[in-house]
Design a protein around this ligand. Structure first.
Ligand SMILES: CSC[C@@H](O)[C@@H](O)C(=O)COP(=O)(O)O
Length: 366
C-alpha cells in the first residue's frame, strides 16, 4: 500500500542485496522509520520485540531470517539452529511454524552452496503469495460488504475491527482490511470503528494510521465501546484477523476479540474472520489447545505516546506495586463466528466448511 505516494510493503530485500528492510512498527504512528536487518539474530529480535508483528508478517520475516542465516553459514547445523531460534520468538501465530517448516523442507535436501539462493527465492515467494492471498480475501469479503451496502440502500456500512490485521500485519492489503480497502476503492461508503486494542494499541497506533493514510473514514474507540455501539445499531459487521484457526473453526486472535464476538452474537451482528490458508492449523481441532503468548506486564502498566512538543515518551499508569497480567491472545469459539473469509471463498467455521474449501486436507476415509 502507499505511504506518501510510494508503494511499501512492511518487509523487503534491501536494494544492495545485503540485508532485509522493515518498517519499524514500534515507532508508528508518530514516526515512519525503516530498519535494516543484517543477521538472523536481527530478524529474531524484530519478531520478538514486535518491530514487525501480525501473523502473516511474522511468517514472512522468519522466511527472510532463514535467508540471513544461510548467508552467514549454510551448514546443516546452522539451518537447524536458525529454525529453532526463529521458532522460539512468538508462540501463537501459526504462520511462523508454517513458514519455517516449509523453508526447512526446501533447504535441507540441497547442498549448502545452493541454499542461499534457494532461501532468497523462498522468502520472495512467501511474500508474493501472501500479497496475492490477501488480495483474494479482499475480493470475497467485498461481496459481503456489497450485500450489506445494498440492504442499506447506499447508507454507510459500519465495520468494527480489533487489533491490526492491516497491510502492516501482512505483506500487502491486510486480511481484515483487504475487503475494507477494496470496498472503499470501489466507492462503497464504509466507516471503520477501530478498537484501540490495549495493551499495545495496535488499533489506535497502526490500523488508524493505515486507514488515515488510505483516506478510509474511521473512528478510534476504546476497547470497551464495541458492545454499546452494537446495541445501538451502529455496527453492521465485525471483521478481524487471526493468528491461528484450528481445523474445527476456533479462532485465536488478539486479546479482546472473544468479547467482541460475544457482544456481536448477543446483538445479531455478523462476526467474520479473515485469514490466508497458512493461518489454519490442521493439526489441532480445539482452540483451547493453542498456546497463548503471555507478555510482559510492563505493556499494561506503561503507555507510550508523543508529548505536545513532539518528543516520544512512555508513562506509567498504574500504582507502583500493582502487578499486571498480560495474556496477548484469546480464543473465539467457532460457534460465535459467522464465517471465515479465505482466499478461496467464505466458509462456515466448521470442519466441513473448512474442508469444503481446502479438500486437500481431508484425511483418508473422511
Ligand atoms: C493479519 S494479522 C492477524 C493477527 O495476527 C492480528 O489480528 C493480531 O492479533 C496481531 O497480534 P500482534 O501481537 O500484534 O502480532
Amino acid at each position: 500500500m502507499k505511504v506518501n505516494g510510494t508503494h511499501y510493503r512492511p518487509i523487503w530485500q534491501a536494494k544492495d542485496g545485503e540485508a532485509v528492510e522493515i518498517i519499524d512498527q514500534t515507532k508508528l504512528p508518530h514516526a515512519f522509520e525503516t530498519l535494516r536487518l543484517t543477521s538472523m539474530q536481527d530478524a529474531a529480535h524484530a519478531i520478538k520485540a514486535m518491530l514487525v508483528r501480525g501473523a502473516p508478517l511474522i511468517g514472512a520475516t522468519a522466511a527472510w531470517g532463514l535467508w540471513l542465516a544461510m548467508r552467514e553459514d549454510a551448514s546443516d547445523g546452522n539451518l537447524e539452529s536458525a529454525y529453532t531460534m526463529l521458532m522460539a520468538t512468538r508462540p501463537t501465530a501459526v504462520n511462523l511454524r508454517w513458514a519455517l517448516d516449509a523453508g526447512r523442507a526446501k533447504l535441507a535436501p540441497l547442498a549448502p552452496d545452493a541454499r542461499v539462493e534457494a532461501a532468497k527465492t523462498f522468502a520472495e515467494q512467501v511474500c508474493d503469495e501472501d500479497a496475492e492471498l490477501n488480495h483474494a480475501i479482499g475480493r470475497h469479503g467485498l461481496e459481503i460488504i456489497r450485500a450489506i451496502a445494498a440492504k442499506k440502500s447506499g447508507e454507510t456500512v459500519n465495520i468494527l475491527t480489533h487489533c491490526n490485521a492491516g497491510w502492516l500485519a501482512t505483506v500487502d492489503w491486510g486480511t481484515a482490511t483487504s475487503p475494507i480497502y477494496q470496498a472503499h476503492d470501489e466507492g462503497i461508503p464504509v466507516h471503520v470503528w477501530v478498537d484501540e486494542t490495549r495493551p499495545r494499541n495496535q488499533g489506535a497506533f497502526l490500523t488508524a494510521w493505515e486507514l488515515n493514510n488510505h483516506g478510509v473514514p474511521h473512528t478510534v474507540i476504546v476497547d470497551n465501546a464495541g458492545g454499546h455501539l452494537m446495541q445501538h445499531g451502529k455496527v453492521d459487521m465485525v471483521i478481524t484477523g487471526t493468528d491461528r484457526v484450528t481445523a474445527n473453526g476456533d479462532v485465536a486472535n488478539k486479546i479482546g476479540t472473544y468479547l467482541k464476538a460475544l457482544a456481536a452474537s448477543d446483538n445479531g451482528v455478523p462476526f467474520y474472520v479473515a485469514l490466508p490458508s497458512p493461518t489454519i492449523d490442521w493439526t489441532l481441532d480445539d482452540g483451547m489447545r493453542i498456546e497463548i503468548e503471555e507478555r510482559s506486564g510492563e505493556e499494561v502498566t506503561r503507555i507510550p505516546g508523543r508529548l505536545d512538543d513532539g518528543t516520544l515518551a512512555s508513562v506509567t499508569i498504574t500504582p507502583k506495586g500493582s502487578p499486571a497480567g498480560n495474556p496477548a491472545f484469546d480464543v473465539t469459539p467457532a460457534r460465535l463466528v459467522t464465517g471465515l473469509i479465505t482466499e478461496r471463498g467464505v466458509s462456515a467455521a466448521t470442519p466441513a466448511g473448512l474442508l469444503s474449501l481446502f479438500p486437500e486436507h481431508r484425511a483418508a476415509g473422511e
